[in-house]
Write a protein that binds this ligand. Structure first.
Ligand SMILES: *Cc1c(COP(=O)(O)O)cnc(C)c1O
Length: 237
């Protein structure tokens, strides 16, 4: 594939996903503008990540902190560009990660939450975070158990971060209709927490390449899409 063909393919994929998101939103009477597409660039190098931004994607998701640091450093000329940390974040990587001022979707412990708040205060910034919830009950999945969230939300009124909502992933090997039930459970959990804590939790980060339409039907405000955007360009796993 020439560079030009690669760009054309990625642009085509980006536009198809945008179109699909729009159609899905309209079909369930939602405003398409209320759904953000996070382009998950974790599979590809800087060059292909740039191709995705050239196609029009201006929010990128990475699951490995070091790769986010490297790419955000190398791509400072691309604006506007927002970063999203979607993978497990160790506390010893918080400092460098916050230099990218990302939205952090994968906050899965109170200790991590505190570490982010402390470091953000030091850096004089405020970080948007989402609490990752283990909605599928998979042992292998990270995230807070649903019943733990109430106390986490009640104990957090500190500066340096703002808890904007919840992030969830369907369990491994879940088919789309079972995934949809898990996404609906996540939305219901969010609704209950808003009532019981009196806090606003407007964001729901749910849905990946295989199940983003179900996630939108269930109320997702951010979908995290990777492999579909690089279809025909990289090997699918
Ligand atoms: C890799 C990844 C995605 C994107 O998955 P695709 O199936 O490639 O779209 C979304 N969310 C998280 C947390 C991921 O690790």
């Amino acid at each position: 594939m020439t560079e030009k063909q690669t760009q054309q393919r990625i642009t085509h994929n980006w536009q198809s996903v945008q179109q699909q998101v729009r159609e899905t939103a309209i079909a369930c009477a939602r405003d398409p503008g209320s759904i953000r597409i996070i382009g998950v660039s974790k599979y590809v190098d800087e060059k292909l990540t740039r191709a995705l931004t050239s196609a029009g994607c201006c929010e990128l998701g990475e699951s490995r902190p070091q790769l986010m640091w490297q790419k955000s450093q190398a791509m400072q000329d691309v604006t506007p560009l927002g970063w999203h940390m979607i993978g497990h974040l160790q506390r010893n990587k918080v400092r460098r990660t916050l230099r990218c001022t990302p939205t952090i979707h994968s906050v899965d412990s109170e200790r991590l939450l505190s570490a982010i708040a402390d470091e953000a205060v030091l850096q004089g910034i405020c970080i948007d975070v989402l609490l990752e919830v283990n909605i599928s009950g998979d042992q292998a999945k990270t995230g807070f158990l649903p019943e733990a969230l109430q106390s986490v939300l009640e104990s957090r009124h500190q500066s340096g971060l703002e808890i904007r909502g919840l992030m969830a992933m369907a369990g491994w090997g879940t088919d789309p209709s079972a995934a949809r039930k898990q996404f609906e459970k996540t939305r219901e959990l969010r609704d209950q927490l808003e009532i019981s804590t009196g806090r606003q939790l407007p964001e729901l980060s749910m849905g990946m390449s295989g199940d983003y339409q179900e996630a939108i039907q269930a109320g997702a405000t951010m979908v995290r899409i990777g492999s579909t955007l690089f279809d025909g360009v990289i090997e699918r796993n």
